[in-house]
Design a protein around this ligand. Structure first.
Ligand code: GDP
Ligand code: MN
Length: 327
């Protein structure tokens, strides 16, 4: 058994997600984890049933932990104006925005933005790999991605970059700009603003990393910069008055508070969630076998993928100062 890093596989799920949970686990165990036996941490806002726990434990030889999320990290806070929240749900439902009418989805997005890394079961760990129900891992992984993150001094790894639904984040970027002008000390010098904006930060291009897959450093979310950012955003109420997702929130933070070389595109990881997938091209693959077709990969669809923005950002050596928000 190779040595393990201080890392865990994190899975937020409902009891009703069991079937999709097992599908995802089978793939990840087969492609990677059977060689390493990284522990799994399952989190839920309700108690996991004995059936759920029993079935999950049959899928792995690794340690499995099951945790309950404290109510105060999950439910809509009492200071949220429920009338405004309800207006948002009705508005987004009318606009046919996915999960537009759902409060529990908003709870989930806020939990993933501000609280998962605070859960007691995650305290011992520094790195995590986020897993969701019904995802696929197409390629055999021949190395330890956690070790890779550590050796290369990376903090945030992704496989898919795409555009956010504008209706869900109407005022998010205004809040981000306000935060930047209030706390310029948190913005990294060599940041990835160009991934987020083509006009130096004036407007948001909706690009973000798809957070259903993340291999990242928990200490980044626990950092002073991110804590200040989450508190600032949370106080705006946008998780409920709009439908801010944890994906844009995580992505904007990683792009602005980290120097760009701390981001990592796991190009050799074949991955599918819902209708999008990343299937490595022959250049991207590290010689591993993948059971997917390149032509299905989101990266071949220019209108959907934000990978071009990511690559352009990386190749630009001169980080431009963030403009004109310091007015
Ligand atoms: P999508 O990926 O945006 O379509 O949303 P999902 O339905 O996959 O939810 C994202 C993650 O949060 C998945 O891991 C779900 O299992 C989990 N999740 C969503 N809603 C809830 C909930 O109300 N309770 C719990 N415990 N998990 C949830
Ligand atoms: Mn999902």
């Amino acid at each position: 058994m190779p040595e393990r890093e201080n890392a865990t596989l994190v899975f937020l799920a409902r009891n009703s997600d069991l079937k999709g949970v097992l599908t995802s686990m089978k793939d990840l165990e087969r492609q990677f984890n059977h060689k390493y036996l990284y522990p799994w941490v399952f989190l839920n806002d309700e108690e996991f049933t004995n059936e759920f726990k029993g079935r999950v434990m049959l899928e792995t030889d690794a340690q499995v932990y099951f945790g309950l999320i404290p109510k105060e990290h999950w439910v809509q806070p009492a200071w949220i104006d429920e009338r405004k929240a309800e207006e948002s749900r009705e508005r987004l439902m009318k606009q046919k925005v996915i999960y537009g009418g759902s409060t529990s989805y908003r709870n989930m997005c806020r939990f993933n933005s501000g609280y998962f890394f605070q859960h007691p079961l995650l305290q011992p760990f520094k790195y995590y790999w986020r897993v969701e129900p019904d995802v696929k891992y197409f390629c055999e992984l021949s190395y330890d991605p956690f070790q890779y993150m550590i050796r290369n001094n990376h903090s945030y790894g992704f496989t898919i970059a795409l555009y956010e639904i504008p209706e869900t984040i109407t005022t998010l970027w205004d809040s981000v700009k306000e935060f930047i002008s209030k706390y310029p000390q948190y913005i990294a010098n060599d940041n990835a603003m160009e991934f987020l904006s083509s006009d130096g930060g004036e407007t948001y291009n909706l690009c973000h990393f798809w957070s259903n897959f993340e291999i990242a450093d928990l200490d980044f979310w626990r950092s002073e910069a991110y804590q200040a950012f989450f508190q600032f955003l949370d106080a705006k109420g946008g998780f409920y008055y709009e439908r801010w997702g944890d994906a844009p929130v995580h992505s904007i933070a990683a792009a602005l508070f980290l120097p760009k070389h701390k981001l990592h595109f796991f190009q050799d990881v074949g991955y599918q969630h819902a209708s999008y997938q990343h299937c490595p091209s022959s250049d991207e693959s590290t010689g591993n076998t993948c059971s997917c077709h390149r032509w299905n990969s989101i990266d071949t669809k220019k209108k959907q993928s934000c990978l071009p923005q990511y690559k352009a950002m990386l190749s630009d050596k001169d980080a431009r100062p963030i403009s004109p928000v310091n007015g």
